[in-house]
Design a protein around this ligand. Structure first.
Ligand code: ADP
Ligand code: ZN
Length: 736
């Protein structure tokens, strides 16, 4: 094969735009691509979402011949090939899911040299005649996706990856590129050895995911906490990880009962049911998957907006990997962990029964690292990246609970003594234990029926905690549970008991340091913090465009992101393209997509503009470095508090918008947040005339309050989104 000089950067950029619709490369992509095009072996270690696929897809288009892609997941193969075809790239796959006829058709296409990319599962290499066929098909590059499967560690679940050395031996001159998101040196070495790579070029990207926010909160009532978190994100996709199969089902059922679209997923379900759940999730037909860790291998969905861990992950690697499934499209996404030391205790108990002592010891060590991570008061990002050997030198990452909401340590010895002895006294008085709330009511000297009935107003700890508010006590109680000094029972009653460690604490007169927010506010239960990577846009139009995308996807039986990712749609809803040229300028739009979908989306934008004003967006650079001027309060971001201050000073929406160089829609969002958090009470007449109020109410009776877009439509677009949003928050307040 003649060695052509590697193409110039301009050629690569042109190929990137025309085939994938992107204007610039992500970090390391261009370096990896041009090195691979020098026909050198490459090992690329990039975090999830970094854009590994393009690293072998683009060279495949530039070089002559066929690129073979080894990919472990059959389900994923089809979606990737569909995505390539939608970009006008000729690609195909061979796997066991195909009918004989389909297989024949694809094989003849390969014989005729019709494809640039061929995806195959590793076991295919062993099928008779396959290696000979590869030689006939002019394979000029081999890409190994999820290459960590080759390693000792990974091949537990993909033994076939061990056969890849055969492939190497059969194609000694063909350059290999191995890609993975697993960074350990062990995996790197195994890769190079197993695939006998020749002096490979090694690329190793930062594992920081700036668009992900990390929040850890004490686990109190997990179902309630998950519900609160997801109901603020009703239209968005998310994954909730739970430890047991049973709890995935009960959570999904609980969410469904609240009208939230959710399905369970675990290895114990029938394969068809599992596949259907995964499919519904990929196609945006269901928003939430409540799953065990069995879910996710090969979930390539770019617009997962949050990942919740309702139970303690088994180690930091898993936590990183599972949270990493959020925000692959680069838009902001939230990772929430509900942390309880009780989970650790339970898991440790399981380990007592494990016979393999070495494995149990490793598992214990990893779990303790995970707990240390959760309990640490250092920036989550710094800790997480530090675990992977990366130094993150940012004073404030702007995207984790620690950085956004710094806590101070305080001496809680006396409070812990009061709390724990209150638990003992209640138990002594009544012969049974009660819940956290009751203990707090006793401590703060409340006069409730239960307290009177059980005579808890006569015990010595009654009212001894009136120097703290109830939310403060709730936080102290939560931390005592976290620290293992008290424990909630595992039954439905969730009664609170002092543990042996708690008894020892009292007996030994130990001291205890807890943490709290300096402003002494109530515990926040859910948070959304990172805004890095966000693309401000016309949300109403964005929702409209999502509908168009969904219809196109359904008609073609592909997941919506194969048509366009959210990033593209958000840019569309920001720049209001009205011509082919403007459409082509959007990220994610190449010639093929313009030809296929341009008309549909341009028409949607045009129709939208016929009855809606264009919004303008000033760049609010949302880099993680940009610190808000004000600190967030009660989950309301600093930027919203700034708007609130201006509102209090007498400016109206437009006035604030002008002053802050933001849109009135954004300001409306700020104020509704503040109202929702109880930071201000605004009479509804301020934003809604009695006539408007009545009209909206009528429409709400018919259409509900879930979709503001739908309401807007139902009201002939005569009532602005701002007003509808205010209406919604006023209703929410009214019901509180
Ligand atoms: P990985 O396999 O590393 O997790 P993917 O290859 O699935 O990542 O890419 C993640 C997302 O990023 C995809 O939606 C992809 O289209 C997008 N992407 C990749 N490269 C670029 C780029 N240069 N510019 C913009 N988006 C990109
Ligand atoms: Zn941080």
């Amino acid at each position: 094969m003649a060695q052509l000089p590697p193409p110039e950067s301009a050629v690569l950029h042109e190929a990137l735009k025309s085939n994938f619709g992107y204007d610039s490369f992500r970090p390391l992509q261009e370096e990896i691509i041009s090195t691979s095009l020098e026909n050198r072996d490459v090992v690329a270690i990039l975090p999830t979402g970094a854009g590994k696929s393009i690293c072998y897809q683009l060279p495949a288009l530039v070089r002559e011949g066929l690129t073979l892609v080894i990919s472990p997941l059959i389900a994923l193969m089809k979606d990737q090939v569909d995505a390539l075809i939608s970009n006008g790239v000729s690609a195909t796959f061979l796997n066991s899911s195909l009918s004989f006829d389909d297989l024949q058709m694809r094989t003849s296409g390969l014989d005729r040299g019709e494809y640039k990319l061929l995806y195959a599962a590793p076991e295919r290499i062993l099928s008779p005649g396959f290696i000979d066929s590869l030689k006939r098909w002019n394979v000029t590059a081999v890409a190994i996706d999820e290459a960590h499967c080759v390693s000792e560690w990974g091949h537990d679940f993909r033994p076939e990856y061990r056969q890849l050395s055969t492939l190497r031996a059969a194609l000694p001159e063909v350059p290999f590129i191995a890609l993975t998101a697993t960074a350990t040196e062990q995996v790197q070495d195994d890769l190079i050895n197993q695939l006998t790579l020749k002096d490979p070029a090694l690329f190793n990207a930062s594992f920081n995911r700036p668009n992900l926010s990390y929040t850890i909160i004490p686990k109190e009532k997990p179902v309630r906490q998950v519900f609160e978190f997801v109901s603020e994100r009703k239209d968005e996709s998310g994954i909730v990880y739970l430890q047991s199969r049973k709890s995935t089902e009960s959570l999904a059922a609980a969410l469904k009962a609240e009208g939230i679209s959710a399905l369970a997923y675990h290895a114990g379900l029938e394969p068809e049911i599992r596949a259907a759940a995964q499919d519904a999730f990929l196609r945006d037909e269901v928003n939430i998957i409540c799953a065990t860790v069995a879910f996710g291998m090969g979930i390539d969905k770019p617009n997962v907006r949050y990942v919740i861990h309702s139970d303690l992950p088994k180690n930091i690697e898993s936590y990183y990997q599972e949270t990493g499934r959020a925000g692959r499209d680069g838009l902001p996404a939230d990772c929430l962990l509900l942390f309880s030391k009780g989970d650790l205790m339970r898991n440790l108990k399981f380990l007592d029964e494990v016979t393999d002592q070495r494995a149990a010891a490793t598992a214990r060590r990893q779990m303790n690292q995970m707990v240390a991570y959760a309990e640490s008061q250092v920036c989550r990002r710094v800790e997480l990246l530090g675990y992977f050997g990366e130094v993150h030198e940012e004073e404030n990452c702007g995207g984790c609970d620690i950085c956004l909401d710094p806590r101070e340590e305080w001496d809680a010895t006396v409070e812990a003594q009061k709390f724990l002895s209150c638990l003992i006294r209640i138990q002594q008085k009544s012969g049974f234990s009660l819940g956290m709330n009751h203990a707090i009511q006793v401590l703060t000297g409340a006069n409730t029926e239960k307290i009177r009935k059980w005579g808890h107003n006569t015990i010595t700890t009654y009212g001894i905690g009136s120097d703290h508010t109830r939310p403060e006590w709730a936080e102290i109680g939560g931390q005592l549970v976290q620290r293992g000094l008290a424990a909630l029972s595992n039954d439905n009653f969730q009664t609170l008991n002092i543990t042996e460690a708690g008894q020892a604490f009292l007996k030994n007169r130990d001291t205890l340091t807890l943490t709290r927010r300096p402003h002494k506010e109530g515990a926040k239960t859910s948070g959304s913090v990172a805004r890095s990577g966000s693309v401000a846009c016309d949300e109403g139009l964005f929702n409209q465009l999502r509908e168009v995308r969904k219809q196109l996807a359904t008609a073609r039986s592909v997941p919506p992101y194969v048509i366009f990712g959210d990033v593209t749609l958000r840019h569309m809803a920001r720049h209001y393209p009205e011509s082919d040229a403007a459409f082509l300028a959007l990220p994610g739009v190449g010639a093929k997509k313009l030809a296929d979908f341009g008309v549909d989306f341009l028409t949607a934008v045009k129709n939208w503009l016929a009855s809606n004003p264009k919004q303008t967006f000033t760049d609010e650079p949302a880099s993680p470095r940009a610190k808000p001027k004000m600190k967030s309060e009660n989950g309301v971001p600093g930027t919203a508090l700034e708007s609130l201050e201006l509102f209090k000073s007498g400016l109206d929406l437009d006035g604030i918008a002008a002053k802050r160089n933001l849109t009135s829609g954004t300001i409306c969002g700020h104020l509704t947040k503040a109202i929702d958090a109880g930071l201000i009470e605004i009479p509804r007449e301020t934003f809604l005339s009695p006539e408007e109020d009545a009209r909206i109410r009528e429409a709400v009776d018919q259409h509900g309050l879930e979709s503001i877009g739908k309401l807007h439509h139902a009201l002939n677009r005569e009532i602005s989104y701002e007003k509808l949003n205010f209406y919604r928050v006023f209703e929410k307040q009214r019901k509180k």
